[in-house]
Ligand binder design. Structure first.
Ligand code: ADP
Ligand code: MG
Length: 728
């Protein structure tokens, strides 16, 4: 029943819950592994019980009464011959009360508590005594509301019985198969079938610790399989992309790209040179680029993007740049326009700007410019990927802060290359683009994704195995290191004094308010209050020895025009302090800002703190970041919060921060939008299973070459339809 999507429409809540867990096919159920186990294989003696043990006993009911103090409850005393135990039930049905009548023999299972009155169990499960004992441990599965364990156990059993569990790993004995698989692979190599039946129903003699820490050979096999599936699907996606076509964009001598270099107010860093060349090499190919540009905050990714755009435009194509927020997009727009527009004007090319908040008339004009191809460079927010936007000849799509976009959005942007009716038939300016016609490969733009959150190596090798990665590992010269201080909330006044001093020197200050997860409205209240308090505290402060200082407020709920006005004052240097919630734009670039105060820093993630800190120290002035923390009611900070703040003080290296963040939080956060849809590793742990990852990386290409059908089957089995997402 579970295998056929065409079967009866599912209606029962439990079935719906199964689907919610992604348990659609038999194999999905078979791969739904227990969180832990209960040992129902033996009957214990109460006399041997220790506080906190979960026990199964068989005993006779010696007393059963309903008590009303302190609240209505059923109190049942049982005796197993070795000792007695009091069972307490707060919710009970008459039928249960009947089953627990004095004299009944019952099998009870629950956690034992000690105490003055002797042993007790709260809400134990029970049934009539007798009957066979199971021979295997009882699995407890991860579940959701509305899906009882008993139902899930049955479903999993069914899945296990019906799923095709034949081996997909090529047998070492097969001629032409991967050599010595069993030697490089997880040892000893259990078969998938053996591993699964064992993990669902382990024999009671197993060392539970090896199941818990996943070191058991059965776990090893599953983790190896999972990593292999991930590697295979990424490799497949990569190879599939190699069959797609993109316009080959070659930089012209003396072209836009060189002109841009000549007008830039600075020289490129070595790192910027290197990554620009890596990108240029990709763009010159007739295969779509799929490259991630990672570089710490302030490492200068924008100019690298501009150079790529210049090559694209010079070759006669359009380039689109998408940023996650309007302020960020606008900043890009201004910067790129400043650099490129003077160079585009003589070519009679324009730039276009697209956002959600735009007036209809302006938007219509922009859309027309884009559709006619007159706009060579299109910058904006999500508005860029809306259906109405039709590019005449899009060849390069750039996504800033890529982790803030979803898979679907990336796919949408890529599909824009084919959005113009008949776009494929536009005469290609480069001979490398194959002619339209039969067997015409699909055309896609080159894709450049940018991120300020560096990806630790293990993640790069697993989740991002299908991407090329360029790294800006050097900051532009002239930056002064930012000094980071941890300051307890009780010393807020000192911090305000410090702000006053900065303002007196003509410097500007950011004050970031904490994110309150439960409620955006609370964020707002908080930011508004802080703004009021700071305005009052700094009422007499002066900036540049003259005009009264302004404290501005920026938050996500403000109308865009208002946001823009506040930003303009701050960037223009007419506002001393900018109070904001974090939603505010990661990428703002105000060189004169030299102090960043982060309130309730303990509530922020490490990468987030690092990105925020990157807003200061961009100019030559000595800069500081104050992490104001509070322990609330607790005597001290929690462990992970402490680890984060400590990391912030100890290092400013984005890669080191990323590594520690991965340690503290696990991979989920890093992957950002990539995780929506893309399967996270469920079983393997990149920090612990590096050897299995290596094994999977080695095996995947061999398997794709030599056993493509097995590879397909393996990916299908593990990822089902979800493999699609990895192609984004
Ligand atoms: P990010 O990588 O965080 O997006 P930006 O591209 O915004 O960084 O660059 C940060 C600042 O550094 C900007 O003001 C930019 O103009 C400046 N910048 C970029 N490259 C250089 C360079 N090679 N030399 C000096 N300043 C640079
Ligand atoms: Mg940036």
């Amino acid at each position: 029943m579970l295998d056929a999507p065409s079967a009866q429409p599912t209606t029962s809540p439990a079935q719906k819950a199964l689907l919610k867990l992604g348990l659609r096919r038999d194999i999905d159920l078979a791969l739904h592994l227990p969180l832990r186990y209960e040992d129902e294989t033996r009957i214990a003696r109460l006399a041997d019980a220790r506080e906190g043990d979960t026990l199964q006993i068989e005993a006779t009911v010696t007393a059963c009464e309903v008590s009303f103090r302190p609240r209505r409850q059923l109190l049942v005393t049982v005796d197993d011959g070795s000792d007695t135990c009091l069972l307490r039930f707060f919710n009970f049905y008459p039928s249960q009360q009947k089953a627990l009548a004095v004299g009944a023999r019952i099998r009870v299972r629950g956690e034992v508590r000690g105490g003055f009155g002797g042993l007790t169990m709260m809400h134990p499960s029970f049934r009539a005594a007798g009957g066979e004992l199971p021979t295997a441990l009882t699995p407890v599965y991860p579940t959701v509301a509305g899906l009882p364990q008993a139902y899930l156990r049955k479903a999993v059993l069914g899945g296990l019985a019906h799923a095709d569990l034949s081996d997909t790993l090529p047998a070492p004995a097969l001629p032409g198969s991967c050599e010595n698989l069993s030697e490089i692979g997880p040892k000893p190599l259990w078969s998938l079938r053996e591993s699964l039946s064992f993990l669902h129903h382990p024999t009671p003699d197993v060392a539970l610790a090896t199941l818990e820490d996943h070191s058991h050979p059965a776990w090893q096999r599953l983790k190896a399989e999972e990593l292999l599936a991930q590697q295979l699907s990424q490799l497949q996606a990569k190879r599939a992309r190699e069959h797609l076509r993109a316009p080959a964009l070659r930089p012209q001598r003396g072209g836009l790209h060189e002109q841009l270099l000549a007008v830039l107010p600075f020289a490129l860093t070595r790192a910027q040179h290197r990554v620009s060349e890596e990108i240029a090499r990709d763009l010159a190919q007739a295969v779509p680029m799929h490259r991630l540009l990672q570089g710490d905050v302030g490492s200068g990714k924008t100019v690298v993007a501009a150079l790529a755009a210049a090559i694209c435009i010079d070759a006669g194509w359009q380039c689109a740049l998408m940023a996650p927020t309007e302020i960020l997009a606008e900043q890009h727009f201004r910067k790129l326009i400043g650099w490129l527009e003077p160079l585009l004007a003589p070519l009679r090319l324009r730039t276009a700007w697209l956002t959600g908040s735009q007036k209809a008339k302006e938007r219509r004009e922009m859309l027309a410019l884009i559709e006619s191809g007159e706009a060579a460079l299109v910058i904006g927010t999500h508005a860029v990927i809306q259906d109405k936007v039709v590019f005449k000849r899009l060849a390069l799509a750039i996504i800033d802060e890529q982790h803030r976009f979803g898979v679907a959005q990336r796919l949408a942007l890529r599909s824009k290359a084919n959005s113009a009716p008949g776009a494929v038939h536009v005469p290609a300016p480069t001979p490398a683009l194959p002619r339209a016609g039969e067997g015409e490969p699909q055309r896609e733009p080159h894709l450049l994704m940018m991120t300020a959150t560096p990806i630790p190596r293990t993640l790069a090798m697993s989740y991002y195995a299908d991407l090329e990665v360029s790294t800006l590992d050097e900051l532009p010269p002239g930056r002064t290191p930012v000094i980071t201080k941890l300051v307890h909330e009780s010393r807020r006044d000192e911090v305000i004094e410090r702000i006053r001093a900065q303002l007196a020197q003509g410097r500007q200050v950011y004050w970031v308010c904490p994110l309150i997860e439960e409620s955006e409205a609370l964020d707002l209240v908080n930011a508004t209050q802080t703004h009021a308090a700071l305005s009052e505290a700094l009422a007499g402060a002066r900036m540049n020895g003259g005009k009264a200082t302004m404290v501005g407020l920026l938050h996500s709920r403000m109308p865009v025009a208002e946001k823009r006005a506040v930003m303009a004052l701050f960037t223009g240097g007419q506002m001393g302090v900018l109070v904001s919630t974090t939603v505010i734009e990661v990428g703002v670039d105000v060189l004169n800002a030299s102090l960043m105060v982060i309130e309730h820093a303990e509530r922020f993630g490490l990468s987030q703190l690092h990105q925020l800190r990157g807003r200061v120290g961009r100019g030559a002035a000595a800069s500081a970041c104050v992490l104001l923390y509070s322990t609330g009611e607790a005597p001290r900070l929690g462990e992970t919060a402490r680890a984060r703040l400590k990391a912030m003080v100890e290092t400013s290296d984005g890669f080191e921060i990323a590594r520690r963040d991965l340690e503290i939080r696990g991979p989920g956060e890093f992957l950002g939008a990539r995780q929506s849809g893309a399967p996270l590793l469920r079983f393997a742990d990149l920090a612990l299973d590096a050897d299995l990852l290596d094994w999977a990386r080695n095996l995947a290409p061999q398997m794709l070459d030599q056993h493509p059908e097995l590879a397909d089957k393996h990916v299908q089995r593990w990822l089902g339809g979800r493999a699609e997402y990895l192609k984004a």
